[in-house]
Design a protein around this ligand. Sequence first.
Ligand code: SPV
Ligand code: MG
Length: 289
Amino acid sequence: MMRAQVCSSDELSFLMEAHDGLSAAIAGRAGFKGLWASGLSIACSLGYRDANEASWSQVVDIVGRIVDSSQLPVLVDGDGGFGNFNNARLLARKLRQCGAAGVALEDSCFPKMNSFVGDRHPLADIDEFSGRLRAVKDTVADDLILVARIESLIAGHELDEAICRANAYADAGSDAILIHSRRTAADEIFAFTRAWQNKLPVVIVPTKYYRTPVSAYRRAGISTVIWANHSMRAAIAAMRQVCSRIIAEENTASIEPSIATLDEVFELFKYNELANAEARYLPHHTELK
Ligand code: SPV
Ligand code: MG
């Protein structure tokens, strides 16, 4: 299932960001067929910065909630794997256990910093990072899709550097390449896809170059587009608005029409299923003593 979503260049597919059980359920209801467990969004929902402040086990726990509440294939943002090859393979094993479909590992150094914060992030050594990828592949084999994420362009290097890393990461057993860019146009993404020629399927994250139409990605033979943080950012805007309105108005009447009803909350998490199960499994005549 996830293999078709991230590892096929035949048809463009989309992964929607989720950072908890609620955002995962909403994305599933909307019709997305796969999810991206975003490191930035998960950190944000925990009140942490996207700098490996959340521990790997906190991330694994949240991924478990995302998997359970959506039943969708989930590609997990594993950052750099939380250390060296040993931490990366442990993370991958635990992600497989909690039902994730894949993990993306980036060639950053621990602790990482979000790709859009600061300049010239240090990159991992190519051979060392390839070892991280090989260790993950040797541990989880084909049970977990392995996406190798290249931060060369983010770090200000040339296309050649990115292609050199893509070749090394393909040789290390990756199933797909995620090429990231911080430019507001997709030019360097297309330069990459032209040079790479889909030697492995390509995954992109058009957070900054959001004006590019998806038809251009189809033409370039890109496999997967990740909408990486949009539910989290929508939630921030909505929560900010509702908080300031309630502070100002000391009343919630005016906001009621613009927020979800409680019925929607109960429906989203199937409260009626629980009522039916109670009728089936609880004794019918419990007497108060
Ligand atoms: C994330 O969603 O955490 C990502 C994408 O890794 S980005 O924030 O663009 O680095
Ligand atoms: Mg991330």
